[in-house]
Design a protein. Structure first.
Ligand code: AMP
Ligand code: ZN
Length: 445
């Protein structure tokens, strides 16, 4: 499975997080169904925006890319997005790109003009098939190539495979010029190297269908001589006030921003509460409702765990056996929803059905084995969704105690800003501090 990854010149925003979360969930589902998944997702670490950020900061583009790859990996871990099997970097794959471009030129699918290499879209009969674009319309809409300085193209739809460097830009030697690859060739080369000539699933945001994925298909099919991807999956946008969240519009929240206010499992649940092909509008109300939903699942899981730890050791009687069988059947229902094109919204509703079933059917005094069995069923589903619902009790308590101690130390040192920051941090994790005469107590809210 190949998923187009981010261009790393800034912290990722929660729009970028949508493909990460939905395709990570799909990967987890495939694993749950017994597939071994080879998951490849790139970092685009050479690009105009990265170069611009480097110039603005007076540093190198390597430095910018390295920093934001690290930050992106932290955000992914905090959203419980599994690391890819391979996270290739564009700059590590230049040889493969030069090789593929050379092959395309040899086969008559690409041509060079003044150090720039273009892909010839007319050389690929199926160009436009993925996006169902009317190519004649597009071609006639591109009359002003002279203005944009691209008048050396043979066709308005031709796109860049290699371009010469400009002063001060990173570059690599090639048979055509000292320069750098175009964006599209990167994904074709990485998919080929890590997954083979034909891949099972290719995914990314719907803004990538045209021209990025259309171009990937053209390059890969012409270079490899076999079909490129069996299935394409495209997530719809995360919107804000019904407009696409994006860096350029400035209407975004970074994952880091959200993590200050919410446990990122809330963000994850919010993302999965819509079908991945439906637009999703970000709002405080929906986040609050996701927070309440997560709490409902967590409470049920914790109560099942408490019963499993402290309940009766008795063997299951017929009634309890029947309940356990009933609980297990929820997994089939969950799988059915997920089989229906990764319908996480409906799959989540099965989780809530099970929560309701557990809250009424497995109460204090129930046999241990029943509580444990129902908890196992719940965890199968929440693991597929990547939702952490049972926090390690001692571990978590230890961390909270340590933060409280840090806050007390800050207060003794009259560093009230730090003390307040720690209190807010804990509050964001759903922990409220109570300053009592016996010392500081805490409770979950
Ligand atoms: P970029 O860094 O802009 O190339 O984006 C990386 C990934 O995030 C691509 O798969 C984009 O389609 C996706 N993406 C960017 N903005 C949004 C958004 N507002 N909603 C959903 N996906 C997005
Ligand atoms: Zn791509």
């Amino acid at each position: 499975m190949y998923v187009c990854g981010p261009t790393v010149y800034n912290l990722i925003h929660i729009g970028n997080a949508r493909p990460m979360i939905v395709f990570d969930t799909f990967r987890r589902y495939l694993m749950h169904r017994g597939y071994e998944v080879n998951y490849v997702s790139n970092f685009t670490d050479v690009d105009d925006k990265i170069i611009k950020a480097a110039i603005e900061e007076g540093t190198s583009s390597e430095e910018i890319a390295k920093r934001y790859i690290e930050e992106c990996k932290k955000d992914m871990a905090a959203m419980n997005v599994m690391p890819a099997t391979t996270h290739p970097l564009a700059t590590g794959e230049i040889d493969g790109m030069i090789e593929m471009i050379s092959e395309l030129i040899r086969e008559g699918h690409a041509y060079e003009k003044n150090g720039t290499v273009y892909f010839s879209t007319r050389s690929f009969r199926d160009y436009g098939e993925l996006s169902h674009k009317n190519l004649d319309d597009l071609r006639s809409g591109f009359r002003d190539l002279k203005v944009s300085g691209e008048d050396e193209k043979e066709d308005p739809l031709d796109f860049v495979l290699w371009k010469p460097k400009k002063e001060g830009e990173p570059f690599w030697e090639s048979p055509w010029s000292d320069g750098r690859p175009g964006w599209h060739i990167e994904c074709s080369v990485m998919a080929k190297r890590y997954l083979g000539d034909t891949i099972d699933i290719h995914a990314g945001g719907e803004d990538l269908i045209f021209p990025h994925h259309e171009n990937e298909i053209a390059q890969s099919t012409c270079a490899n001589g076999v079909p490129f991807a069996h299935y394409w999956m495209h997530n719809a946008f995360l919107n804000i006030n019904n407009k696409k969240m994006s860096k350029s519009l400035g209407n975004f929240f970074t994952v880091r921003d959200i993590s200050k206010q919410y446990d990122l499992m809330v963000l994850r649940l919010f993302m999965l509460s819509a079908h991945y092909r439906s637009p999703l509008n970000f709002s405080a109300d929906l986040m609050e409702s996701a927070k309440a939903s997560l709490l409902r699942i967590r409470n049920a899981a914790e109560s099942l765990r408490d019963i499993a730890e402290g309940g009766a050791d008795a063997p299951l009687d017929d009634a309890a056996q029947a309940l356990l069988q009933e609980a297990k059947a929820y997994i089939d229902r969950f799988d059915e929803r997920m089989d229906d094109d990764n319908n996480t919204a409906d799959a989540l509703s099965v989780v809530f059905d099970l929560v309701r079933f557990a809250n009424t059917g497995v109460t204090a005094g129930a046999p241990k084995a029943l509580a444990q069995g129902v908890l196992d069923v719940l965890l199968v589903m929440t693991d597929v969704l990547g939702l952490k619902v049972l926090q390690e009790k001692e571990n978590l308590d230890g961390k909270i105690e340590a933060l409280i101690e840090e806050r007390q130390a800050a207060r003794r040192a009259r560093d009230f800003a730090t003390a307040d920051r720690i209190r807010d941090e804990l509050k964001a994790q759903g922990i409220e501090l109570l300053d009592t005469r016996e010392g500081v107590k805490w409770k979950r809210i």
